[in-house]
Design a protein around this ligand. Structure first.
Ligand code: NAD
Length: 260
């Protein structure tokens, strides 16, 4: 990744999936810029970014279009161009990440969609202007988009829309040599992950029943992200790539696992 410059959006702390991705990219020589949501997160993100030699650490709240404009104006001012963007951002009101999906409120539905889905499109639209030679985008999704996961609710609906937008954006920008992909990660213990009710039950279930008999680490996700953002994946776009210890391939647990 030497000579490539990328933006990492969504590091909250050193447990964040975006942090695992950033580490993998930096190890291979990429130059990185980071965003943080509000000063409280900023205090955590700045030293992490510095530890990877990054000097560009900028605020961005994706609910605010002015904040997005200011972010890309600053990247353009400092770098002039961009090779890749990692979007690892999601939010929904915790009180609706439990119980029945049918009870989702209109207000939280819209907010969840704007932050967790539409922000990717808004980011991509601005970033492509800085990719005259081509580039790559990566977002993060979860298998609750395709199959019902307890309590994932409106986030599952938002992830389904996010995955569809990966395919549409891949077509929109493919002619400009810009690739757009997603990683569907298995459960990871993060701030966002712990917002879903009974997260620990889901985590342990997938750990027990995945083909690999373990959950994934942020380094597992980082390795796959590195591939998708590098020239090794030059022919790959519009793809939802599972990094979930194979859990998505399972229809039901092995009989001996059920009996245990
Ligand atoms: P995390 O809490 O570390 O990261 C979530 C990030 O979203 C935070 O950095 C937060 O600041 C940011 N964010 C939320 N609202 C924002 C806003 N309005 N503006 C800007 N940033 C905002 O958790 P994570 O698990 O690393 O989540 C990263 C991505 O991975 C999310 O899209 C999440 O849905 C996805 N994902 C997580 C898991 C899991 O089990 N943890 C599994 C699959 C996919």
């Amino acid at each position: 990744m030497s000579g490539k410059r990328g933006l990492i959006m969504g590091v909250a702390n050193d447990h964040s999936i975006a942090w695992g991705i950033a580490r993998a990219l930096a190890e291979q020589g990429a130059e990185l810029a980071f965003t943080y949501q509000g000063e409280q997160f900023g205090r955590r993100v700045k030293p992490l970014a510095e530890s990877l030699g990054s000097t560009m650490v900028l605020p961005c709240d994706v609910e605010d279009p002015d904040s997005l404009d200011a972010l890309f104006a600053e990247i353009e001012r400092q770098w002039g161009s961009l090779d890749f963007v990692v979007h690892a951002i999601a939010y929904s009101d915790k009180s609706e990440l439990k119980g029945r999906y049918a009870n989702t409120t209109r207000e939280n539905f819209v907010r969840t969609m704007v932050i967790s889905c539409f922000s990717f499109t808004e980011v991509a639209r601005r970033a492509v202007a800085l990719m005259p030679e081509g580039g790559a985008f990566l977002t993060l999704t979860y298998g609750g988009s395709m199959r019902v996961m307890p309590n994932y609710n409106v986030m599952g609906v938002a992830k389904a829309a996010l995955e569809a937008s990966v395919r549409y954006l891949a077509t929109d920008f493919g002619g400009q040599n810009i690739r757009v992909n997603a990683i569907s990660a298995g459960p990871v213990r993060t701030l966002a992950g712990s917002g879903v009710a009974d997260a620990r039950v889901m985590f342990n279930y997938q750990k027990k029943h995945s083909p690999l008999r373990r959950t994934v680490t942020i380094d597992d996700v980082g390795g796959a992200a590195l591939y998708l953002l590098s020239d090794l994946a030059s022919g790959v776009t519009g793809e939802i790539h599972y990094v979930d210890s194979g859990y998505n391939t399972i229809s039901m647990p092995q009989p001996d696992e059920i009996k245990r």
